[in-house]
Design a protein around this ligand. Structure first.
Ligand code: HEC
Length: 217
């Protein structure tokens, strides 16, 4: 009886130790898998506002993708517009070579007065404003498109439109200068480096000339 009691006590003790060990392992595993920050991170996407807080148009366009623009345009505009040269007029006009041309650029298309009476050309800024909010750009327009708020997607569509027989030069990127007020210093350093490069090159050619002379002698 005594023996059996010891055995039982032993097992109880043993399993207690095992349980303790296991629980500390579990704690450790649980600990390492604990996320650094609790809760769900909320991403704030400035571009969604379509406001003036994001990068300027020049910067957006420099990073834009013609390919993605083609996809966006097919999906969002394709029900009303064709994009190929000589393409049919649909609910909206054919959009080949629109960038840089005058507003209401297709002769004979039944534009609204709102767009037909508007003076000016489809510049980068005009097209960006139009696609952001057609009704604000030309109040009374017949284009039944609410507007595209995503700055990047709009930029993609702009460079795509520009690739269709227009090829306007991209506008300047303003933020590059604004973000680096030491731009002049940077330019100086670059100039100095260029000088150094020139000097090194001059030396190199002198060396080469000297070698040639030696070879000749
Ligand atoms: C529901 C049909 C519809 C959709 C969708 C649509 N448009 Fe239009 N679009 C029109 C109509 C109609 C006009 C003519 C507007 C007017 O006369 O006021 C027009 C005019 C235009 C013009 C002016 C062309 C010119 O000759 O001056 C451009 C540029 C344009 N759309 C681009 C787009 C782009 C880019 C998209 C997609 C992001 C788009 N549209 C989506 C119907 C549409």
């Amino acid at each position: 009886m005594e023996d059996r009691f010891n055995t039982i006590a032993g097992w109880v003790l043993f399993s207690g130790i095992i349980a303790l060990g296991l629980s500390s392992i579990f704690m450790r595993v649980f600990d390492t898998h604990r996320p650094e920050a609790m809760g769900y991170p909320v991403e704030v996407v400035g571009g969604e506002e379509g406001g003036d807080s994001g990068p300027d148009l020049g910067t957006l366009l420099a990073a834009a993708s013609v390919e993605n623009g083609a996809q966006q345009a097919a999906a969002r505009c394709g029900t009303c517009h064709t994009f190929d040269q000589g393409g049919a007029q649909g609910q909206g006009p054919n959009l080949y070579a629109t960038m840089g041309d005058t507003f209401a650029h297709v002769a004979g298309f039944g534009y609204s007065d709102a767009l037909a009476s508007k003076e000016g050309n489809w510049t980068w800024e005009a097209m960006d404003a139009w696609l952001l909010n057609p009704r604000q750009f030309a109040p009374g327009t017949s284009m039944g498109f609410a507007g595209l708020k995503n700055d990047e997607q709009r930029a993609d569509i702009l460079v795509y439109l520009n690739s269709l027989g227009s090829n306007l030069p991209l506008p300047e990127q303003k933020t590059a200068e604004e973000a680096a007020p030491e731009g002049e210093e940077g330019a100086e350093v670059a100039a100095e480096e260029a000088d150094a490069d020139e000097a090194a090159e001059a030396e190199a050619t002198e060396d080469a000339a000297a070698e040639e002379n030696e070879g000749g002698a």
